[in-house]
Design a protein around this ligand. Structure first.
Ligand code: PLI
Length: 460
C-alpha cells in the first residue's frame, strides 16, 4: 500500500473567483429559497458542496479535447473514441450516449420493465427509482442491514444481502424480476462500496435465476479505491484493473459521467447484448438524439473519453478520496456525528444525532443544511425524509433510517483550506444546534420533491 500523502497530482492553471457574503445577505437568500439549498443562486454560495455532479474541474487535456469536437450529426469521430474508451476501461461492447445518467435510466427502464415487475437494488437512488416506477415497476431494497446504520463500520456497506434476494424470488417469482440494479459506491448509503466478492455472489445469483445484472457505475472508480484498500487480494491491483473487473461481472451499465468521469454533462447506457443495444438505439432516437451522439455534443463526448482515462488513475483517485477522508477525519476528531466509514464522494452528517430535538416529520436534515448555509455560505444537500419522498401506494412519507446532510466534494475543485473552513463551520453550528428549528412544507412537488420544495420554519 502506498505511504504517499493524498496531495493532489495536479497544479492549478485557471481559477474561478467566488464571493463571500454577509449573514444578512445569506438570511435573505435562504428565506427566498424556501430553506431549500437547491433553490439558492450559486452566486450566493461561498463553498458549494451541494453535489459532486457536473461540477468537477476538467483537466487541460479535457479542455483541449473540446476543441477537437466533431459536431457531425451522424458518426462523429468523438463517438467512436468514446465507444472504444468505454470498452477498453469498462468492458462493455455497446454504448449509447445520453444527456446524463437519468437519460440512460429512462431508456433502460422502458425497455426492461413491465407493469407489476420488481427491481431489487442496493438502496434506492432518487431518479433511478422514479424511472423504475414510471415504467410500472416497484423498487425493493436488498442492501445489507448495516447500510442503514450510520454507526456500523462494515467495510462494504454497499453489499447486497443475497437472502433478501432469495426472499423476493420466493415472494414474487424470478419471472417478475427483470434485473437487479447494483450501484458501486452507494450514494444514499453514504458513498459506501460493494466488494468484488459480493458482486461475484450477485452474478452467481443472477445466473441461477436468469436475471440481468445492471450496474449503476456512476462512482465505480471510487468503489475500486475501497476495494484496493480493504478487500483481500486487491492491494497490488491498479484502480484500472479493479474497475474493469467490476464491470466485466455485469451485463448492462447506466452511467452519469458527471461524477467519476469529471465532465459537466453527459452519460451513457452500455451493454454486451446486441439485442438490448438494438432496442436502446430504437429509444435513444426518440428521447435523446441519434445513437452516435445521444444527448451529447461531439466535444463533450471527447472530454468524457479523456475524463474516463483520468478517472482510473491511481494517484488521482487516492487524492480524490483522500480529500474527502481529510474532511471526515477532522469532523470525527471534533466529535461530530457522521456516517462511518467515511464515504468516497462526501461526508454525511447524521442529522438525527445532531438535532435530536427535531422530529423526522420536521425534516431535521433539511433544517441542518439551511442552518449550515446561513452560518457559513456553505451549500450542502438533504438526504433524508425529503429525498425519500412518499410511498407510491399509501402516499405516506417514507421515513428512512438515514437522515443525513451530504457535504459533497467536487473533484479537483477545492483546497485543503476550504475543507478546514467547512469543518470549522460544521463544528460551530453543532455547538449551537439547539437553536435550529424544524421545517414544514410550504410547497411540495409531486415527484422528486427535494429539488423544488419550499419550507418555513416551525415556530413553537
Ligand atoms: O444526475 P444524473 O441524471 O446524471 O444521474 C443520476 C444518478 C444516477 N445514479 C446515481 C448513483 C447518482 O448519484 C445520480 C445522480 N446524482 C446526483 C445528481 C447527486 O447529486 O448525487
Amino acid at each position: 500500500m502506498s505511504t504517499r500523502s493524498w496531495a493532489e497530482p495536479y497544479k492549478i492553471k485557471a481559477v474561478e473567483l467566488i464571493r463571500m457574503t454577509t449573514r444578512e445577505q445569506r438570511e435573505a437568500a435562504i428565506r427566498e429559497a424556501g430553506y431549500n439549498t437547491f433553490l439558492l443562486r450559486s452566486e450566493d454560495v461561498y463553498i458549494d458542496l451541494l453535489t459532486d455532479s457536473g461540477v468537477g474541474a476538467m483537466s487541460d487535456r479535457q479542455w483541449a479535447g473540446l476543441m477537437t469536437g466533431d459536431e457531425a450529426y451522424a458518426g462523429s469521430r468523438n463517438f467512436y473514441h468514446l465507444r472504444d474508451t468505454v470498452e477498453k476501461y469498462y468492458s462493455y461492447k455497446y454504448m449509447v450516449p445520453t444527456h446524463q445518467g437519468r437519460g440512460a435510466e429512462h431508456i433502460l427502464s422502458q425497455i426492461l420493465i413491465s407493469d407489476g415487475d420488481y427491481i431489487p437494488g442496493n438502496m434506492y437512488f432518487t431518479t433511478t427509482r422514479l424511472h423504475q416506477e414510471l415504467a410500472g415497476g416497484t423498487f425493493v431494497d436488498v442492501i445489507i442491514d448495516e447500510a442503514h446504520d450510520p454507526l456500523s463500520e462494515h467495510p462494504f456497506k454497499g453489499n447486497v444481502d443475497i437472502e433478501k434476494l432469495d426472499a423476493l424470488v420466493e415472494k414474487v417469482g424470478a419471472d417478475h424480476i427483470p434485473y437487479i440494479c447494483v450501484a458501486t459506491c452507494v450514494n444514499m448509503a453514504g458513498g459506501q462500496p460493494i466488494s468484488l466478492a459480493n458482486i461475484r455472489e450477485v452474478r452467481a445469483w443472477c445466473d441461477r435465476n436468469n436475471v440481468l445484472l445492471v450496474h449503476d457505475m456512476t462512482r465505480v472508480a471510487e468503489n475500486a479505491y475501497f476495494i484496493q484498500k480493504r478487500e483481500d487480494g486487491y492491494a497490488d491491483k491498479s484502480i484500472q484493473e479493479i474497475v474493469f473487473e467490476i464491470c466485466s461481472l455485469t451485463d448492462v451499465a447506466t452511467m452519469s459521467s458527471k461524477k467519476d468521469a469529471m465532465v459537466n454533462i453527459g452519460g451513457f447506457l452500455a451493454m454486451n447484448d446486441p439485442d438490448l443495444y438494438e432496442k436502446a438505439c430504437g429509444l435513444v432516437v426518440v428521447y435523446e438524439g441519434l445513437h452516435t451522439y445521444g444527448g451529447m455534443a461531439g466535444r463533450d463526448m471527447e472530454a468524457l473519453a479523456i475524463g474516463i482515462t483520468e478517472s482510473v488513475d491511481d494517484d488521482h483517485i487516492h487524492a480524490r478520496v483522500g480529500q474527502v477522508e481529510y474532511l471526515g477525519e477532522r469532523l470525527e476528531r471534533a466529535g461530530i456525528p457522521i456516517v462511518k466509514p467515511i464515504g468516497g464522494h462526501a461526508v454525511f452528517l447524521d442529522a438525527r444525532r445532531i438535532l435530536p430535538h427535531i422530529p423526522q416529520e420536521q425534516f431535521p436534515a433539511q433544517a441542518l443544511a439551511a442552518a449550515l448555509y446561513l452560518e457559513s455560505g456553505i451549500r450542502s444537500m438533504e438526504r433524508g425524509v425529503v429525498s425519500a419522498g412518499r410511498d407510491k401506494v399509501s402516499g405516506e412519507n417514507i421515513m428512512p433510517k438515514l437522515e443525513l446532510v451530504r457535504l459533497t466534494i467536487p473533484r479537483r475543485v477545492y483546497t485543503q483550506a476550504h475543507m478546514d473552513v467547512t469543518a470549522d463551520a460544521v463544528i460551530r453550528i453543532t455547538e449551537n444546534a439547539a437553536q435550529i428549528q424544524g421545517l414544514r412544507f410550504v410547497y411540495e412537488p409531486k415527484v422528486l420533491r427535494f429539488f423544488q420544495a419550499t419550507f418555513d420554519p416551525v415556530i413553537d
